[in-house]
Structure formats: structure tokens, C-alpha cells
Design a protein around this ligand. Structure first.
Ligand SMILES: Nc1ncnc2c1ncn2[C@@H]1O[C@H](COP(=O)(O)OP(=O)(O)OP(=O)(O)O)[C@@H](O)[C@H]1O
Length: 256
């Protein structure tokens, strides 16, 4: 479903060139909930943002559902991007639009005929169980509710892929579980492949089937989460993972 081949991404700053992603290749299959974990600055967001070319790699190839995105015209890329939803840490909702209006925006931008809006929006709000807030403005919502609206907006165009950048980092721990439950449901019921960037192993543990560990712009290890034969070898994987009956958990106290 998603193939990244030899991706390099650098940023030029006043202090010099930052090598955010270094020669990363990755295969994400249809139906996966694929986690990318690592410490701050490891290059996780940069890598994920190359999947919809929100960040253009300096070199390498990005394929989504068989199409090489970097070879598409601007118009084709715009169309293709509607099949890749995105959810951000800070929700990125428009405060001057209601919940309904925020979801509608995704459909407007994709050129979906207005006659289809109401049904699509109600469907998405229903999946995220936030229909009763349809006429409410974001300022009146909790973090968890805002993220549910952002997810509803991200699936409004019925994407094949949903990219989630630290989707639970700005919400209460109690709400984290429910957000993850919705993501799992979306993956299973709608068949949407999910890529999730996080620094929380609990997030990986709850919903991912596969995980890549990133450090200094490199994927140091990737594995199937419940593979009983997997033995972490990298420093960061050993640091992050603790095997307990084929599950992993974070040694949180070391996690500063
Ligand atoms: N727009 C940018 N301009 C310059 N440097 C950037 C930019 N975006 C990211 N970087 C740098 O690239 C490196 C990787 O950043 P990135 O955000 O991809 O890592 P991350 O693992 O997602 O970390 P975090 O969880 O802190 O966002 C870091 O050194 C970061 O400072």
C-alpha cells in the first residue's frame, strides 16, 4: 500500500544542514496499523510527512497504492492527497467553523458535490460518536472531542490511508484509550491503512500490528509487534521495549 524507497530529507537552517531522514526504505501493507516510534528529533514526523509529500524528500521514491507520488502532476497529486487523510497532534481545527463546518471543509477542498455533504458528514460524526456537537465551535470542546472531530474530518473523503502524527500527545491520558479505539475501528470497519507516529509505547502496544523504531533519521529496527521470535537488538528498542508475554511496555521512568 505504501512503499518508501531510499528516502532522504534534509533541512537547511542557520546552524547548518539537518539530516532528518537518512536513506529510509519501508513497506506498509494494506490494512496495517503501522507505528513509528522514537525520541524527539528522531525524524518520525519528517518521514511520515513524505508519505503525502507534505515534506518533499530530497531523494528517494514514495509509492502509495501503486502510484509514485513524486511523478504526479500538481493536479494529480492534489487529487491523490484526498485519499490520504491526516490527523495532527494539535488537531488543526478552524475555530471559526462549527464541528460540522470543519468536516465540511475537507469535502469542499476535495470538490465533493454539496448535495453529498450532509450524509457524508453525519456518517463521519456518527462513527466518531460526536454528532451531538455538530453545531458547536471547537473552543467549546475538550481535547479528546477536538481530536474526534479532526479524525472525522480526516476520513470524510474516504481515504485509503490515514496518517496520524502524535494523535494522543495533547489529550488527557483517559481520552487516549478512546481515541485509539476509534482509530482501530476505522482501520477494521473502513479498511483504512493507518500510519501512526508516536513517542508513547502504550500507543503502539494498544493498536499497532507493526512498528519501526527510529533514531537519528534511521530506522534501526522494524518488526511485527506480536512476533514471539523478535528479539530487540538496538539500544533504543531495548530501552523502549520490555517483553512480557509477547507484549511490550514502556519503562516510563526512564523516558525523560
Ligand atoms: N521545518 C524544519 N526546519 C528545520 N529543521 C527541522 C524542520 N522540521 C524538523 N526539523 C529537524 O529535523 C529533525 C527531525 O525532526 P522531526 O520533527 O521529523 O522528528 P520527530 O522524531 O518527529 O520529533 P518530534 O517528536 O520532536 O517532532 C530534528 O532535528 C528537527 O529539529
Amino acid at each position: 500500500m505504501i512503499t518508501l524507497k531510499h528516502i532522504h530529507k534534509t533541512y537547511t537552517t542557520d546552524e547548518g544542514v539537518v539530516h532528518a531522514v537518512r536513506d529510509v526504505s519501508l513497506e506498509i501493507e494494506k490494512g496495517d496499523i503501522y507505528g513509528i516510534i522514537g525520541f524527539s528529533g528522531a525524524g518520525k514526523s519528517s518521514l511520515m510527512r513524505t508519505i503525502n509529500l507534505l515534506e518533499r524528500p530530497d531523494s528517494g521514491h514514495v509509492f502509495v497504492d501503486g502510484k509514485e507520488l513524486s511523478r504526479l502532476s500538481k493536479k494529480e497529486l492534489r487529487r491523490e492527497r484526498h485519499s490520504i487523510g491526516m490527523v495532527f497532534q494539535h488537531f488543526n481545527l478552524l475555530n471559526n467553523r462549527t464541528v460540522y463546518g470543519n468536516v465540511a471543509l475537507a469535502l469542499e477542498l476535495a470538490g465533493v458535490p454539496k448535495s453529498q455533504h450532509r450524509q457524508r458528514i453525519e456518517e463521519c460524526l456518527d462513527i466518531l460518536e460526536i454528532s451531538e456537537k455538530s453545531n458547536v465551535y471547537p473552543v467549546k470542546l475538550s481535547g479528546g472531542q477536538k481530536q474526534r472531530v479532526a479524525i472525522a474530518r480526516a476520513i470524510a473523503n474516504r481515504p485509503k490511508v490515514l496518517l496520524c502524527d502524535e494523535p494522543t500527545s495533547s489529550i488527557d491520558p483517559q481520552m487516549t484509550e478512546s481515541i485509539l479505539r476509534y482509530l482501530k475501528q476505522i482501520n477494521r470497519q473502513l479498511g483504512i491503512t493507518i500510519v501512526i507516529v508516536t513517542h508513547e509505547m502504550d500507543v503502539i502496544n494498544s493498536i499497532c500490528n507493526k512498528v519501526a523504531v527510529m533514531e537519528n533519521g534511521i530506522i534501526v529496527e522494524n518488526f511485527i509487534l506480536k512476533d514471539p521470535a523478535f528479539v530487540p537488538t538496538s539500544r533504543i528498542a531495548k530501552f523502549l521495549l520490555k517483553r512480557e508475554n509477547f507484549y511490550f511496555s514502556v519503562e516510563e521512568e526512564k523516558y525523560a
